[in-house]
Write a protein that binds this ligand. Structure first.
Ligand SMILES: Nc1ncnc2c1ncn2[C@@H]1O[C@H](COP(=O)(O)OP(=O)(O)OP(=O)(O)O)[C@@H](O)[C@H]1O
Length: 629
């Protein structure tokens, strides 16, 4: 009945026989992946969603039969899960169920012991964690990639067929050109808006995409509206964080639709979080200014009924929406996909990992139904799949039933690319000194203040509780160590209401002032958030995967600007985890930076040196914290 017990002693040891460059600090160990790692990445997304609802308080603002927008579950499903959860928890456990129930509790507690508590999940997640599946083998982790070869398809063994069948189009960071070179391919008004609101020059991913598909789009749209989508084909983009993906997909869409005569829903843009809806909307509004295009967003604070009537009154050309709300609108026939030409999945790997309500199947089912009236052939919509950590090794891309896909990527040996102006630093703390980690963080922040008061720092921790606790302790320490004037410390956590958290994020984005602004948050801020002035990202707690690392550090060094990522690594275990489970997957641009490692026994490393006075003041702060949190 329950998923097979997770036995940590049976960690999957994957023996990578292939010769691979042995890193100087790494002995020739076998690569070890915890049994649940691949699922953890999956559940990481669910827990982020749950966290999102919690932190943004989406649940309490739901109208009666609306849905949890982030989780994507309809109220019906939620009720079922709650009922099942209540039943499990409140039902008196009679004798005959005792042993089953206690085994279930043991399994959960055992899994939690081995799962970073940032995956501390709400009941729904635990319910989804205990999948109703026959007692068969738990899916083994994906085969470890052989990184020794230079062939960037070296990990092709675990790639989806969609990825394998795609036409690969490589680009590199040198591909930058003035937008004026597209004068003959772009509507004059669109070109004017790009240069007015964004830039005179392209970013590499924009160059390669516009060079490849603008001629196709312009020719196909003018010659055959019906086969236009098949002439263009589907588009997969794997491009680093902050590389301008939003603009890359928005420009071809506005270029195509600004010629339309009547407003019909021709473009659906699906994003995983509420914050991203607003960000994409702003980009499209700027690009389409001066046109009659109708761009709508799914207002998550509106009730489903209001949204339904609004969409029936005015059909938008472009709708930006989260998966959960999309499924409900489709089931209520609030929108028709009959005229759809573009389907965009932004942060696609995160979206495809969101399994709630099986949104992708629901979407494709509705698309086939609605399209059956006008075009039943494959390739009747241009699907655009974008991410900095695009899923390569799951069947999830196949569920999209891609048509003649083009895959845009850079030549890199590893799985993910980091922004080329990102400087990473590892601060290695011996386990014996881990008690002083908050004090080392204060030393680091004071050092950043000395470098520049304009520093804006995002600190990632593993859970809501850690965010609240660290913010409180830091504030106490800043006062005791006379640094409170120069540090403005805020935290995103579930103790705040949704509007308080939104206000904190907005202030952090606009912060101008005499003190350095510090925001402590969990991974809900790691996806797509575009605050270009973040100068430093500090991983106070390590992320649980290289994918999460890429999105966290991608909050800085955006749009070709400089940025710093600092990782606090406690003990040999975290150093090994960083080397083997994070660093192994990362490509750094040829003219990018090398990772710096500050060793705690390095006398010049003032961050981890403590004098006696500091020691006693710090202990006073810990004591004071006990009374506050
Ligand atoms: N050609 C350009 N020149 C200068 N800035 C640009 C250009 N294109 C986009 N930008 C800016 O770069 C920033 C990052 O863009 P965007 O958010 O689209 O990146 P992204 O690749 O989607 O990042 P993430 O993967 O984190 O979502 C935005 O502020 C955007 O306005």
């Amino acid at each position: 009945m329950f998923a097979q017990r997770f036995d940590p002693t049976k960690l999957a040891v994957v023996d990578s026989n292939e010769e691979k460059p042995i890193r100087k600090e790494e002995s020739p160990l076998e690569k070890v992946i915890p049994l649940k790692r691949s699922n953890e990445v999956e559940s990481e997304d669910k827990s982020e969603e749950e966290e999102e609802e919690e932190v943004y308080g989406l649940q309490e603002e739901e109208a009666e039969n609306d849905i949890d927008m982030e989780s994507g579950m309809s109220s019906y499903e939620e009720a079922r899960i709650e009922e099942a959860t209540e039943k499990t928890v409140s039902e008196p456990v009679t004798g005959k169920h005792d042993s089953v129930f206690s085994r279930f509790q043991q399994t959960i507690s055992l899994q939690d012991r081995f799962k970073p508590d940032d995956l501390a999940q709400s009941d729904e997640d635990n319910m989804s964690e205990v999948e109703q599946r026959p007692l068969e083998q738990i899916p083994q982790p994906a085969i470890v990639r052989n990184l020794a070869t230079n062939d960037n398809t070296s990990f092709s063994s675990d790639k989806s067929t969609a990825w394998m069948n795609s036409t690969k189009i490589y680009y590199d960071n040198s591909m930058i050109k003035p937008y004026d070179t597209y004068g003959s391919l772009l509507q004059p008004k669109l070109l004017q808006n790009i240069k007015k609101y964004f830039s005179q020059e392209t970013f590499p991913i924009q160059t390669i995409l516009l060079d490849t598909i603008l001629p196709l789009i312009n020719f196909s749209w003018s010659s055959t509206k019906k086969n236009f989508t098949r002439r263009v084909g589907d588009i997969l983009v794997n491009a680093s964080t902050g590389s301008g993906k939003t603009l890359a997909y928005s420009i071809p869409i506005i270029q195509t639709l600004s010629n339309r005569k009547i407003n019909k829903l021709r473009c659906l843009i699906i994003v995983p979080t509420k914050m991203l809806i607003h960000q994409v909307f702003e980009t499209l509004q700027k690009l389409s200014s001066g046109t009659s295009l109708v761009i709508s967003t799914s207002k998550l604070e509106n009730s489903l009924r209001e949204e339904h009537s609004r969409l029936l009154q005015v059909e938008p050309d472009i709708l930006i929406i989260t998966p959960g709300r999309l499924v409900d609108l489709l089931s209520m026939k609030s929108i028709s996909l009959k005229n759809l030409k573009f389907l965009v999945l932004d942060e696609a790997d995160r979206l495809l990992n969101q399994s709630f309500q099986n949104w992708s199947e629901e979407l494709l089912h509705s698309l086939n139904n609605d399209k059956s009236q006008v075009d039943t052939l494959p390739g009747n919509v241009v699907k655009m799949v974008f991410s900095a950590t695009l899923t390569t090794n799951t069947e999830k891309l196949n569920t999209l039933r891609l048509y003649n896909p083009k895959l845009f990527l850079t030549q890199s040996v590893k799985l993910y690319n980091l922004p080329k102006k990102l400087q990473e630093t590892n601060i290695c703390i011996p386990t014996a000194k881990s008690l002083y980690k908050p004090l080392f963080l204060l030393h680091l922040l004071k050092k950043k203040v000395q470098e520049s008061i304009d520093n804006k720092i995002l600190i990632f921790v593993k859970s809501n509780e850690a965010s609240l606790r660290l913010a409180t302790l830091l504030s106490v320490m800043a006062e005791k160590f006379n640094s409170s004037t120069s540090l403005l410390i805020n935290s995103i956590n579930s103790n705040n209401t949704k509007s308080q958290n939104n206000k904190i994020v907005n202030e952090f984005g606009q912060n101008k002032g005499s003190s350095m602004h510090i925001l402590i948050t969990t991974d809900l801020m790691s996806r797509g958030i575009d605050i270009n002035s973040i100068t430093n990202v500090i991983n106070y707690d390590l992320p649980i995967s290289s994918q999460q690392y890429v999105h966290r550090v991608g909050r800085t060094a955006r749009a070709n600007m400089d940025g710093n990522a600092i990782n606090l690594l406690v003990g040999k275990g975290e150093r090994k985890f960083w080397n083997q489970q994070i660093d192994e997957d990362l490509s750094r641009d040829v003219d990018g930076h090398e990772v710096m490692a500050l060793e705690s026994d390095d006398p010049t490393n003032e961050i981890v040196v403590i004098n006696e006075d500091e020691d006693s003041i710090y202990k006073e702060c810990l004591f004071a914290l006990k009374s506050q949190v």
